[in-house]
Design a protein around this ligand. Sequence first.
Ligand code: UTP
Length: 296
Amino acid sequence: MKKIRKAIIPAAGLGTRFLPETKAVPKEMLPVVDTPTIQLIVEEAKASGITDILIIIGRNKRNIEDHFDSNPELEANLARKHKDKMLKAVQETNGMNIYFIRQNHPDGLGDAVSTAKSFVGDEPFVIMLGDDIAKADEPLTKQLINCYEATGESTLAVMRVPHEDTAKYGVIAPTKEIKPGLYDVDSFVEKPDPKDAPSDLAIIGRYLLTPNIFDILADTKPGKGGEIQLTDAIDTLNKTHKVYAHELVGSRYDTGNKFGWLKTNIEYGLEHPEVKADLREYIKQLGQKLTEEDQK
Ligand code: UTP
């Protein structure tokens, strides 16, 4: 069985749910307290044993490249001033091989993934969406790699969502739970209307796929929203090669929309050593004030 060592991070979308912020700043660079979302994703990859990452970018996304480059003046300055913690923070993703490619038109996630064909070659690989993070004792990507090592087949990460939210996700139609949290799947449906949703198990931003997905993507016609949908290609793949679904053990955060990003910052802030005490106090006081306002 081939070792999983490559990941791709699609980050070429327009981020329209976060305008006007995303006019010139990629949503993948929005901070979670003090760290860009995409850095947390690269750290998850590193902690899962991934060594090579291809980041798919587009116009206005150049500062993602800058972020993963070294900054010699800054590093020399921090070293001179013995600011070791800060130096460590800016060197966190050193040692990873990070490559970039451009998706010329943001024609959908499936189209973005297609650009990674020659990077991936004939190895199974992981897709990590650039605006999705998971907090888990065992990194979510590692959870998928464990499933792959047990089954030798593609596996997607899923989680339960409120039924009325199914139209925001790809949703699976599970046939049976083979073992706790691992599902055999009949079909994968992109953004179903809640009345047609086959389950409440939604696909979240981590996919471990075998490379035969690329030939399928090449033949996939535009689906929902006129975009080439990765979910449609995975549904086709599942007809010839098994694609399992693994239920996330942990919590997932979507930083690509305003409310999701705010919640993420509050929850990560409550664990951040520099701000957690002040933030906790502030939230308590704010809660009290809001309760008083509601009682008026
Ligand atoms: P989203 O649908 O969340 O991203 O795609 P979006 O299209 O940028 O967002 P909105 O809906 O306009 O607000 C999930 C991930 O896939 C990437 C995005 O950058 C994001 O990280 N993506 C999406 C691409 O790389 N290319 C695309 O054509 C579409």
